[in-house]
Design a protein. Structure first.
Length: 393
């Protein structure tokens, strides 16, 4: 015990010394450091709790959240907020990272399965240097999700907003494919991986000093059968959840949530229903207790993204003009990124439990979810079964 206590005291000292040695212009991982304040104190406490890991590496890592921005006028010093975006290596996630980092007010953690692709993507769209960090996350492996959470915590960065954005879509697959734990891959990636991630990071979000701590889970119109788009077959339908209860393994249980035969397009739409139900269940269980705002959104039809990469070439060619000129539901990646960035940071979009959508003139409104995507009983059941599947019970 005495040794542990000494270790803790030593780690506290190392951290303090390190922070003290960070002069106004020192850099860490290429970030400009201009001061510490509350965050630094918070991190020292964190370090002293972690006893034996009292290394100077850790002490260095705790320097990250003190990153601040000095506006050109040199008068005010503003501390950046911090946001994790899953799947920020392309499409909506990348465009959102761009919108947020360009504002100068956000540091974005790009949580991606392909580190190199994410780095290249960040450079290709010109994310400002030092405004982002790439961290490895493969949502198709629960082990990877847990490792990501550990790595993120070790970085010492605070967490103000978590965006569950990544997704896969297998519209032409004849047979299901499976995640590391043996769950059908689209529900595993889009729903179960995010479910575990969000549950684990809830305590980190709760500690955020920001007034606007938010957890956002990207939804979609195609999961909502109260719309035309949601009525294009195959329609989303979770049924009585028998496939999900059985573990979606395709061996002794159906790979589909409702227990039916595999259909890749339906599996995607079902996973989006789970995303929207999960957001509402989070809201009911945790909004009052934590002050975190839980929201979802339909960003518009971003018909050019990598989501359609495995669709037939004819579809990929015709889908964008179809959405642009016929349904008028098309939005550019840039516009969709601005919309999600609004949900992350706009003070007027702080309400919890909302599914945001935008009119054609790009003004946001609180949309109405379909009967199934707002069914409280189903939300509770999806939550409880998902807990079992990801090992949270
Ligand atoms: C399922 O099929 C697949 O089985 C499944 O594997 C998966 O892919 C899933 O949701 C994904 O789809 C759905 C199927 C059912 O839909 C189709 O097959 C329709 C394919 C059409 C794809 C949209 C892009 C094509 C648009 C062509 C338009 C060209 C526009 C160029 C614009 C230029 C402007 C200057 O779908 C149905 O059951 C459909 C039933 C409802 C049909 C309602 C039709 C509404 C009319 C809308 C206008 C469409 C224009 C048609 C033009 C066709 C010309 C090729
Ligand atoms: P993209 O394919 O462009 O982006 C999806 C991202 O998810 C990619 O960065 C991809 O990584 C990442 N990803 C996939 N699998 C994993 C995994 N196992 N672990 C970590 N990351 C993973 O699609 P969009 O930008 O269109 O999709 C983003 C979100 O928007 C999704 O939630 C989608 O459902 C939603 N949405 C999209 C619409 C659209 O019209 N496009 C409409 C409505 C909602 P990698 O780059 O390595 O492949
Ligand atoms: Mg859909 C207002 C009409 C509208 C909108 C907003 C969308 C969005 N779609 C609309 C209409 C139609 N779609 C019509 C009339 C058709 C039949 C021609 C149609 C077909 C269609 C297909 C085949 N649409 C699709 C597909 C896909 O494969 C996409 C999909 O379902 O992915 C799961 C898709 C989409 N339509 C949308 C949006 C946003 C998508 C894809 C992305 C998503 O939901 O995440």
């Amino acid at each position: 015990m005495a040794t542990l206590a000494n270790c803790a005291a030593a780690s506290h000292l190392v951290a303090k010394e390190k922070l003290a040695s960070l002069s106004t212009e020192s850099t860490f991982l290429g970030l400009q450091l201009h001061g510490h304040g509350q965050n630094a104190v918070r991190m020292i406490n964190k370090v002293s709790k972690s006893h034996a890991i009292a290394t100077s590496i850790r002490a260095n890592a705790v320097a990250a959240p003190v990153e601040t921005l000095k506006p050109a006028d040199g008068k005010k010093t503003m501390t950046k907020s911090s946001c994790i975006i899953t799947g920020a290596s392309s499409g909506l996630g990348l465009a959102t990272a761009k919108a947020l980092t360009e504002s100068g007010e956000w540091h974005v953690v790009m949580a991606c399965r392909d580190f190199l692709k994410a780095e290249k993507a960040a450079k290709s769209v010109g994310l400002p240097k030092g405004s982002y960090t790439v961290m490895h996350l493969d949502l198709a492996s629960l082990e990877s999700v847990r490792q990501f959470v550990t790595n993120f915590r070790n970085s010492g960065m605070p967490l103000d907003v978590l965006v569950c954005n990544a997704a896969v879509y297998f519209p032409t697959a004849k047979e299901p494919t499976f995640s590391a734990e043996g769950f059908e891959l689209s529900v595993a990636t889009n729903h179960l991986g995010h479910f575990l991630l969000a549950r684990l990071l809830l305590e980190d979000l709760e500690k955020s000093q920001s007034k606007a701590k938010r957890l956002i889970i990207v939804g979609s119109i195609t999961g909502n059968t109260n719309t035309l788009a949601g009525n294009i077959p195959p329609k989303a339908n979770l049924g009585d959840l028998r496939g999900l209860s059985g573990g979606l393994n395709g061996v002794n249980a159906s790979p589909m949530i409702d227990g039916g035969a595999f259909d890749g397009a339906k599996a995607y739409k079902d996973s989006k229903v789970c995303n929207m139900l999960t957001m509402q269940e989070f809201h009911r269980r945790y909004h009052e207790k934590t002050g975190i705002a839980f929201t979802s959104l339909y960003p518009g039809c971003i018909a050019t993204t990598g989501l359609f990469r495995s669709h037939i070439p004819l579809f990929r060619t015709l889908f964008p003009p179809f959405q642009k000129y016929i349904t008028k539901g098309f939005v550019s990646e840039e516009e969709s990124g601005k919309r999600l960035a609004q949900v992350v940071s706009d003070p007027s979009l702080s309400k919890s439990g909302v599914y945001w959508s935008w009119n054609n003139d790009s003004s946001s409104f609180e949309n109405v979810l379909s009967e199934e995507a707002s069914n409280q009983d189903k939300a509770k059941k999806v939550w409880e079964i998902s807990e079992k599947l990801v090992g949270l019970e």
